[in-house]
Ligand binder design. Structure first.
Ligand SMILES: [Zn+2]
Ligand SMILES: [Zn+2]
Length: 138
């Protein structure tokens, strides 16, 4: 925790604990449901505001998957990639070594200066590969 500008009240602590304990990149609604198992009286606005504060404070990462899907929250703030299942929406962290030199070599012919990159691998998770009833996305 850095400085006094982000006070960890019990409700905020509960939100941070829920995200830290999660392995599944929960949505804000998922986080709210889990926090309410511990702090039943917590308000939705408090949880959502706390998530924003935790992201600003660098304690939680935001994962935007686009296509109108809700923002997910990631306990892993170090740079990493994601395996994203197109059938069930599960998200798994992966670490793919991509060298800064490779990125520069790829981008510099376009006159492009790299600030960061975002690695997302789409496909089917182990569970969905064996489940023949899972809907096939169009
Ligand atoms: Zn799946
Ligand atoms: Zn992640």
């Amino acid at each position: 925790m850095t400085g006094d500008d982000f006070r960890l009240t019990p409700q905020r602590r509960a939100v941070l604990d829920v995200v830290t304990a999660s392995h599944d990149h929960p949505t804000a609604a998922d986080v709210l449901a889990r926090v309410r198992e511990v702090v039943p009286e917590v308000g939705a606005a408090t949880v959502y505001r706390t998530l924003s504060l935790l992201v600003e404070a660098g304690q939680v990462a935001e994962l935007r998957l686009g296509h109108g899907s809700p923002t997910r929250y990631d306990r892993t703030v170090a740079h990493h990639g994601h395996l994203l299942c197109e059938a069930c929406g599960s998200v798994v962290d992966v670490y793919v070594p991509v060298s800064p030199e490779l990125l520069e070599d790829t981008a510099s012919p376009h006159g492009f200066q790299v600030s960061t990159y975002d690695l997302r691998v789409l496909g089917r998770c182990a569970g969905c590969r064996t489940d023949r009833t899972a809907p096939i996305p169009s």
